[in-house]
Design a binder for this molecule. Structure first.
Ligand code: X2X
Length: 339
């Protein structure tokens, strides 16, 4: 195809379709000895992708052009569920995924998502850089994939809705709420009284826009960069759970790199993750004002009532017995007694 006609052809189709085509063009142009594909679910403007871009440049420079990490944002290679399968088979080399969605493959990974467990980022990083994170990474490492040491930041999650504000568990009764595909998410929001629907992130904007669901929950940095405020009216500052992204790799793909290149890649990924944590933390503090001026209305919640509801429903006792005393104990080592 002639370059000009290709361009006008691309203009005629949606960006979501055009973007992978453009990325594939750059794959073919790569002169590197090792070309590896990194997929994620977030928009290019999110700190995850800004740091990933910087990380890929560093890897290209430090490897003297031998390793080219190609970044595919916004679920260009498929939904999270699809991409996890591709990562397991090696069709995708790297993927950042919520520990809770990874829970569909490695159940123990969900432990960091227990509702109202972490009270601060300080607690989160101590636990995930400490024994809790090591325990989860060891479980992941028994499969065809592994997680790099430093988990990336999703953030503390907040509930948004289109029809009514949420301040108390009674406001959630019967609410059609989108949750990511993960047993823990569904269980928690069932226990909080909603009617949860598992929807991959790739479909969330349109599910909200067409009112297939009435609400969703995500950190402010994602509500902002994915423009969810365009299709939601209210935001409850619930901080009901912290979520992150394990930076995952397919073991066979990674082991094809010579040792010295493995080190360059791992160091750059972990360093980028630590910087990305701070970026998201900073955004958490500034985005409320921006979202308010975009029309989103904020309120606080009655946190004790939410915790009480989860206690009464048996959420903590059920999940404690599912995870077992060892894994649960590693969480409580950092959060104090839960439930
Ligand atoms: O799917 C979501 O809501 C997101 C983007 O926060 C996750 O990756 C879990």
């Amino acid at each position: 195809m002639h370059p000009t006609s290709r361009r006008s052809f691309l203009q005629g189709i949606s960006l979501a379709v055009a973007a992978p085509a453009l990325s594939l063009i750059s794959t073919r142009a790569s002169a590197a000895e090792f070309t590896l594909r990194y997929a994620n679910n977030l928009p290019v403007t999110h700190p995850m992708n800004m740091r990933a871009k910087e990380m890929a440049s560093r890897i290209l420079a430090e490897s003297k052009g031998r390793v080219d990490i190609q970044v595919f944002p916004s679920n260009q290679l498929g939904s999270d569920t699809d991409t996890l399968s591709q990562l397991r088979s090696g069709a995708v080399d790297f993927f950042t995924l919520s520990p809770l969605i990874l829970g569909t493959f490695v159940p123990e990974a969900q432990i960091s998502g227990i509702g109202f467990a972490f009270k601060s980022y300080d607690e989160v990083w101590k636990a995930l850089d400490g024994d809790l994170g090591a325990h989860v990474r060891a479980k992941i490492g028994t499969t065809s994939i592994f997680a790099f040491e430093k988990i990336w930041n999703g953030g503390f999650r907040q509930i948004t809705t289109s029809e009514r504000p949420v301040a108390h568990p009674k406001d959630l009764k019967g609410l059609k709420l989108r949750v990511p595909p993960s047993p823990l998410w569904t269980s928690m929001f069932k226990d909080l009284g909603t009617s949860p629907a598992s929807v991959n992130f790739a479909e969330v904007y349109s599910a909200l826009q067409t009112h297939v669901v009435e609400g969703q929950e995500n950190p402010l940095s994602i509500i902002y960069t994915a423009k969810l405020y365009e299709v939601q009216k209210f935001c409850a500052l619930s901080n009901h759970m912290w979520d992150g992204f394990w930076f995952l790799a397919n073991k066979d793909s990674f082991s094809r790199l010579p040792r010295e290149l493995q080190k360059i890649v791992a160091d750059a990924i972990n360093d980028a993750g630590v910087k990305q944590r701070q970026d998201v933390q900073r955004l958490d503090q500034t985005l409320r004002a921006k979202l308010e001026s975009a029309g989103l209305r904020f309120n606080e919640i009655d946190t004790d009532a939410f915790r009480k509801q989860l206690n009464l429903s048996g959420f903590y006792t059920d999940w404690r017995s599912k995870f077992g005393a060892e894994t649960w104990g590693l969480l409580e080592k950092y959060t104090g007694t839960l439930g």
